[in-house]
Design a protein around this ligand. Sequence first.
Ligand code: GRG
Length: 298
Amino acid sequence: MNFDEELKRRVEKTEEVIRRFLPAEEGFSGHIKEAMNYSMNAGGKRLRPILMMESYRMFGGSHAVVEPFMAAIEMIHTHSLVHDDLPAIDGDEYRRGKRTTHAVYGEAMGVLCGDGLLNYAYETALKGFEYPDNREHIMLALSVLARKTGVDGMLGGQSVDVENEKDGRIKIEKDMLDYIYLHKTAALLEAPLMIGAILAGTDRGAITCMEQIGRKMGLAFQIRDDILDVTSTTEVLGKPVFSDEKNQKTTYVTLLGVEGAREEVHRLTENALRLLDALEGEKAFLTELISHLAYRDK
Ligand code: GRG
């Protein structure tokens, strides 16, 4: 398999799917819709919808019912980045080599655009009900999407992370850092792997296994992010480097050093691959993708 070509093909397919679900920039609220589309069209790896599609196909899914969910998870991911970049949180002006949404549209519109994307994600996922044969699967998929995004998922992790700053009220130990990473990052990688499996109608055991794979892969993904923050450049990452140091954040690099953090990424990735190996289905691309992410350079 030529991994780079296969990845490019999937990114193009995902962007075509996403485009079909974006709001038309019309009416008095045309400006916020323009900001939503600006952030959605700013690039990015499209990792979460690709994971969903791979999981769906791996368990034998072949219908368009997965498509509104693919667009929805990318909207939720984009919403989280738009809000993360706001002056009240990280105050970043650049992401993916482009100006952040609040930098272009102003802070108030940045807040509203993030809210708009989060709500539009559910409006979009609900379009799954246009496929009436899948009602039970769609309801379960929606509940996973909501739970993994909310206060016991991504939002919960982010809220503790906000306190993990120079003026933070708490001292971060490893168990709390793991809570942050498993929620703010891994939860949104667990969700697409689980939703793909759910929509394909697979059994509970396989869904739990996909959740575990997402958990290990997600933790490795965030630790790799910590490593890149101190080893990469702004040009390669498309966003500022040394931002954790600037914000005096505890990370895996501050706890274990770069080498220790690398070893942890390797260990978690091997665990994720072992779990995937035990499952049936076409998983060659997913296997390569998990390794690729663990050793990515941006
Ligand atoms: C759910 C209501 C609600 C709020 C969300 C702001 C926020 C709360 C969460 C932010 C969580 C966050 C920024 C996590 C970081 C995860 C991470 C490493 C993101 C980068 O993902 P990539 O590398 O990004 O896939 P691209 O740019 O490729 O899409």
